[in-house]
Write a protein that binds this ligand. Structure first.
Ligand code: FAD
Length: 419
């Protein structure tokens, strides 16, 4: 297939879809074919919802706060999506180290030095010693806070801007929401709008290789039959997370930027029961942060329970799932019994369960003290890379919407110049 008036977008996550829609709506793109190539057989990337009984569960992105995520909020309104309170800002069965945690974190915050290269964990150790530092991170429920690449600034951002931990900061009163129909419904609306505007979708197309030609870029895809498909594209927007870019032959990030990128794995496990036994304990619509591999357990109304882990414990759960269903469920229920202090005999057995491991759940620029360029580009701006990792909202759909917009605007500026 050869077409010089072609804009190719790689990736159909929310950033790729937003980018395609902006371009498809612009008169500057008249005469261009806009195509999205996607490795998977579905749009959405890290936004993925599934339906079980009458419940829709978000295996990926699951909540937003209008205060922190105005673009997500505006998009859900614009698309007429029904939202409901994501209630998990109230902690039950508090960890002993939750006592005084807000006070400790508030007192330490002014001590952050922007010039210092230390990690959050080192920062804590320097101020409160190793044992207390371990207790603090355990009590916060996000194990990425132990990582050497998580600076004190990023760590405070994580604590202040997550529903489960905001109560340990001054942001303790913000409301969070989820979509009644799940975040895949938002993706589906964007997908349908793109189709209506003439955007072409190619699923099961994995970008594997680039070749530079004189006036355009040759993109090489592999499909399900492992055959090679070559596309000559004038503009190419890569909306892939940085780790996916580093798998291509484009010498990323070395030939693109001085920034380097980190990646954190995530795991979500959902459990369905015959009846909502947790209501008898007063856990309904509350979250508990525990010092065992379940880390954060959420009790969703009378519907289901889920747990959510990052970094070390997401890998732990991924390994458990590979050892078989009974190994996984026995471990979950035994740890649940310990976490909730309920005898294993009294705990009902789940009637169904779902899980998803995301090897690259969150990606971010490590050099957070510097301002990241909105997009990265090569070949005189013909190949563009954009990502939520380049924004101040890395790991959030807010960042992905901004990234999609940044990619589209970069192309529109070039088209404007060449007109
Ligand atoms: C478990 C989990 C929970 C989360 N919770 C929240 C939350 O509560 N709220 C929130 O706002 N955000 C949350 N996020 C983050 C949010 O999902 C992401 O920030 C956002 O979806 C990123 O969108 P994107 O389009 O930039 O990237 P992605 O969604 O990653 O899209 C990239 C696309 O590129 C495709 N691709 C990759 N390589 C290739 C290739 N070589 N060729 C072709 N296609 C390729 C991928 O298949 C994918 O579809 C969560 C993420 C995870 C994983």
């Amino acid at each position: 297939m050869i077409n010089n008036k072609l804009i190719s977008i790689i990736g159909s996550g929310i950033s790729g879809l937003i980018c395609a829609l902006i371009l498809a709506k612009s008169s500057l793109c008249k005469g261009y074919i806009i195509q999205i190539f996607e490795n998977e057989d579905r749009a959405g990337g890290r936004a993925l919802s599934i339906k079980f009984n009458n419940s829709i569960i978000d295996l990926g992105a699951g909540r937003f706060s209008p205060t922190f995520h105005p673009n997500v909020s505006a998009l859900t309104n614009e698309l007429g999506k029904i939202i409901e309170i994501f209630p998990f800002t109230k902690i039950v069965l508090p960890h002993p180290h939750h006592h005084n945690l807000k006070k400790i974190l508030t007192e330490l915050k002014p001590k952050i030095k922007s010039t210092c290269n230390e990690s959050f964990y080192q920062f804590l150790i320097r101020h409160v010693g190793i044992e207390k530092s371990q207790n603090i991170v355990n009590a916060l429920g996000y194990d990425s806070l132990f990582l050497p690449e998580i600076s004190p600034k990023i760590a405070y951002h994580i604590i202040e801007m997550h529903p489960e931990t905001q109560c340990f900061s001054d942001n303790d009163c913000f409301d969070w929401f989820n979509l009644v129909e799940g975040f895949s419904s938002l993706i589906y609306s964007l997908y349908e709008m793109s189709i209506d505007l003439g955007v072409k979708f190619y699923f099961n197309h994995k970008l594997v290789h680039f070749q530079n030609n004189l006036n355009n870029t040759q993109l090489c895809f592999s499909n399900l039959e492992q055959s090679k498909i070559l596309i000559n594209s004038e503009y190419t927007v890569l909306t892939l997370p940085p780790t996916a870019l580093s798998l291509l032959n484009i010498n990323f990030p070395n030939e693109w930027t001085d920034f380097t990128y980190g990646s954190i794995s995530l795991f979500k496990g959902f459990l369905f029961f015959e009846s909502p036994w947790w209501k008898d304990y007063g856990f309904e619509n509350k979250v508990t942060i525990v010092d065992n591999p379940l880390r954060k357990i959420y009790f969703k109304s009378d519907k289901y329970i889920f747990f959510y882990t990052d970094n070390t414990y997401s890998n732990f759960w991924n390994e458990k799932t590979q050892k078989g269903e009974s190994e996984f469920l026995n471990t979950v229920m035994s740890l649940m019994s310990k976490a909730l202090n309920i005898s294993i005999i009294e705990l009902p057995k789940p009637i169904n369960h779902f899980f998803k491991f995301w090897k690259h759940g969150v990606e971010f620029a490590k050099e957070n003290s510097l301002e990241h360029p909105k997009v990265l580009s090569k070949n005189n701006g013909k190949i563009i890379s954009t990502s939520d990792a380049y924004t101040s909202h890395s790991g959030w759909m807010e960042g992905a919407i901004i990234a999609g917009r940044n990619g589209a605007n970069f192309i529109l500026k070039q088209l404007e110049k060449s007109n």
